[in-house]
Design a protein around this ligand. Structure first.
Ligand code: PLP
Length: 397
């Protein structure tokens, strides 16, 4: 029954600044069709299709049995902060101390707390495009101003220092770099990263490096800008266990940063989430200290799928796709097809793909480009082949 007296809801202006992405309608429609039992090929989800490895799950079971079920320190347990520093040193060559580390509720909340600690109202934050949708939304929420840095598709969307310099805006104090990148799979190499950092330093800006996909690099070894000597004072590393260890639901991430930033983030966390889940923290220690073979197996499988997906996409008429060097996304260009068919937006395209081909993808508009869609190949080879067949038929018509 409706209330006889109702209080008008006036939402705070800051929350009105952020939106549920325009792509949500496509996701909702895909969910509705799946619930009806429609045979969809779902290239949407940005999460590994592998289970969390057993030794990680067992550590969580042990945590429960040992009643490790209470609040932990706001910045995470000392044990896990040390494990993050040790793992980052071993895998990526950095030298952090636990005082420079905070455990967060997923990588996303690390980004949220780090940017909250740094971005002032109206301050520009440089974000290379195509970008992961959450970067500009957090900046907007904080009252900052996202400034997009176009990257060159012919170079696989790999950000260069020259591109960054061209887009530089007076007053920038934070630059976000995401390598390997979502949605393009672009990987910034060590030399270019160093040039980017050098530019940031000359302009008194911090480089926030989102390393969420650090372990999924196809050619060459994973790289962290924090591995270079004397970079730590200008760098913030936001990492996550979500993709590396197939732990998206556990919600464990971390930030490595200069101590004053970690302290500020800890204050924020202490008054918001209190701390990441105790049980998940125990599981995270097992992940970081345990064998890395499942990570290697996932990488080998993603490589196989990447090769199939890119070959398949580039055989489809009116479609071309740069080769991702990391992560597990392909970002094909459909400008030729859109022009031929008079389709104005990739949201329309994604809706047609759902309705006519029964294939779910994410429209490129969500990532700041007008003529692409994102396809996640974190799904089985069999589904990939079926999806490619459907895409071929759709775009050939
Ligand atoms: C680029 C990027 N950064 C960070 C995240 C955050 O992941 P999580 O919050 O699960 O750690 C994601 C998740 O999709 C991502 O794509």
């Amino acid at each position: 029954m409706a209330d006889s007296v109702s209080t008008p809801v006036k939402l705070a202006e800051r929350v009105e600044r952020i939106s549920v992405s325009a792509t949500f309608a496509v996701v909702q429609e895909a969910t509705r069709l799946r619930a009806q039992g429609v045979d969809l090929v779902d290239f949407g989800p940005g999460e590994p299709d592998f289970p969390t490895p057993d030794h990680i799950k067992q550590a969580a079971v042990r945590a429960l049995e040992e009643n490790f079920t209470k609040y932990t320190p706001a910045a995470g347990t000392a044990e896990l902060r040390q494990a993050v520093c040790d793992c980052h040193a071993r895998e990526l060559g950095s030298r952090y101390q636990p005082a420079e580390c905070i455990i967060t509720v997923g990588g996303k909340h690390g980004l949220f707390c780090a940017l909250s600690s740094l971005v002032e109202r109206d301050q520009p934050v440089l974000i290379p495009a195509p970008y992961w949708v959450t970067f500009p939304e957090i900046v907007r929420y904080l009252g900052g101003r996202p400034v997009f840095v176009p990257t060159d598709e012919a170079s696989g969307f790999r950000l260069t220092a020259a591109e960054l310099e061209r887009s530089w805006v007076e007053g920038t104090r934070v630059v976000i770099v995401n390598s390997p990148a979502n949605p393009s799979g672009a990987v910034t190499n060590a030399e270019e990263f160093e040039r980017i950092l050098d530019l940031c330093r000359r302009r008194d800006a911090l480089l926030l490096s989102d390393e969420c996909y650090s372990h999924f690099v196809y050619d060459g070894a994973p790289f962290s800008i924090a591995s270079l000597p004397e970079t730590k004072s200008s760098v913030i590393i936001c990492g996550s266990l979500s993709k590396t260890f197939a732990m998206t639901g556990w919600r464990v991430g971390y930030t490595l940063a200069p101590e004053p930033i970690v302290k500020a983030m800890t204050r924020l966390q202490s008054h918001s989430t209190s701390n990441p889940t105790s049980i998940a923290q125990k599981a995270a220690v097992a992940a970081l200290r345990g064998p890395m073979d499942t990570v290697k197996e996932m990488l080998a499988e993603y490589t196989r799928r990447r090769d199939s997906v890119i070959t398949g996409l580039n055989q489809i008429p009116h479609l071309r796709c740069t080769e991702p060097q990391g992560a597990f996304y392909a970002y094909p260009n459909v400008s030729e097809w859109m022009e031929r068919k008079g389709v104005a937006s990739t949201i329309d395209l994604a809706q047609r793909l759902l309705a006519e081909a029964r294939v779910a993808v994410v429209p490129g508009q969500a990532f700041g480009t007008a003529h692409h869609f994102r396809l996640s190949y974190a799904t089985s080879m069999e589904r990939i082949q079926e999806g490619l067949r459907r895409l071929y038929t759709f775009f050939s018509a």
